[in-house]
Design a protein around this ligand. Structure first.
Ligand code: ATP
Length: 354
């Protein structure tokens, strides 16, 4: 096993830069997820690590070895793709053994490895089937089995769950996490789904437009996003963002564009006099008859919680309550805000101030 390091890695397609200087440090055995909106460059970064794409500048290391010009087959990594890329004319067992067959591995060793991987993944009874005789989740497991039998230094996953339905995706999420806990192989996983990133990763790399916006443990990113982009990207439903400024006379009051006063605790000095964004996660509001009036626009009960969109501070604000609430669109409710969990961002730079 080995760690992975990206040092000032850049990539242009023609004159068009898509990776603009990326530094990422991945420890041996770590599960790292690259996440970001479509087109931010995460697949390109993964493909460069796999050796499927050249690097325009910088350095990629696996263990202590610089792999910039090493062909894919010599990098000792195994990649699991979105479309599984199984060979349709080969059985599950053959699909899993194929890369070992190419290396002229010993037959007994090959069988042992395939059996072991099949056992881990619950594929033992399916070894003689062909891919067309499998469900989507089973195919995905075969694709993972193919990676496992190679016992590589690093696993790469490129959106492996995006072809599965919602329920199966949740199940496979835990399977992949469990697999990693068991094998402890360094893993780099790409997704655009921040929930996948939050639930599976040791460390998340948030990318945007060819750069890394922030690297951190899932809950660190959730609680301390470095800027508006990360704050808006991590968390579902997303953080509410209300524009305004601190009151000149009372810095514990944020004044929204429609003059609604919202509570702030301990704002830093540099927030005074600036155009700000008030960042409020949906779970940090509660019903309180003495709170701020807000008009219900949408109400969505899920059974165990109630999600609402209300009009507050001149903006649509999403709230999540861990209770059932009888209300209809148009009703007025009253909300108090947990000021200790409010963030303030500089509206010009996007940086978090508190
Ligand atoms: P998605 O989630 O949609 O797959 P991504 O974050 O993985 O997005 P990439 O596939 O890495 O994004 O693409 C990053 C940028 O590079 C995009 O603007 C894309 O159009 C561009 N790009 C990717 N491959 C090529 C190529 N072979 N030639 C030219 N441009 C490319």
């Amino acid at each position: 096993m080995a760690g992975v390091e990206f040092v000032d890695v850049r990539k242009s397609f023609g004159a068009f830069p898509v990776i603009k200087g990326v530094d990422i440090d991945i420890a041996d055995g770590e599960f790292v997820i690259l996440v970001g909106p479509s087109g931010c460059g995460k697949s390109t970064l993964l493909r460069m690590l796999a050796g499927l794409e050249n690097i325009s500048a910088g350095e990629i290391r696996i263990g202590s070895q610089v792999v910039n010009s090493l062909p894919p087959k010599d990098r000792d990594i195994a990649m699991v793709f979105q479309n599984y890329a199984l060979y349709p004319h080969m059985t599950v067992a053959k699909n899993m053994a194929f890369s070992l067959m190419l290396k002229n591995a010993d037959k007994a060793d090959m069988d042992r490895r395939v059996q072991a991987a099949a056992e881990i993944l619950g594929l033992t009874k399916l070894l003689d089937r062909y891919p067309r005789q499998l469900s989507g989740g089973q195919r995905q497991r075969v694709a993972m089995g193919r990676a496992i039998v190679r016992d590589p230094q690093v696993f790469l996953f490129d959106e492996p769950l995006s072809n599965l339905d919602a329920k199966l995706r949740v199940a496979m999420r835990s399977e992949i996490k469990e697999l990693h806990q068991r094998l402890k192989t360094t893993t780099v996983y790409v997704t655009h789904d921040q929930i996948e990133a939050m639930t599976m990763a040791d460390k998340i790399v948030v990318m945007h437009d060819g750069i890394v916006e922030q690297v951190g443990a899932p809950l660190d990113l959730y609680d301390r996003p470095t800027n508006l982009f990360v704050a808006g990207f991590i968390g579902s439903p997303a953080m509410n963002m209300i524009k305004g400024r601190l009151d000149n006379d009372d810095p514990t009051a944020f004044v929204a564009a429609d003059n609604t006063r919202l509570p702030v605790s301990n704002p830093p000095k540099e927030a005074q006099g600036k155009n700000l964004v008030y960042g409020l996660r949906p779970e940090y509001m509660r019903l309180d008859p003495a709170g701020l009036p807000a008009q219900v626009a949408v109400i969505e009960p899920t059974g165990y919680e109630t999600q609402m969109v209300v009009r507050l501070g001149g903006t649509d604000v999403t709230c999540v309550f861990r209770e059932r609430i009888q209300a209809r669109p148009g009703d007025m409710i009253h909300l108090s805000i947990d000021a200790g969990h409010v963030h303030l961002f500089d509206a010009e730079t996007g940086l978090r101030l508190t």
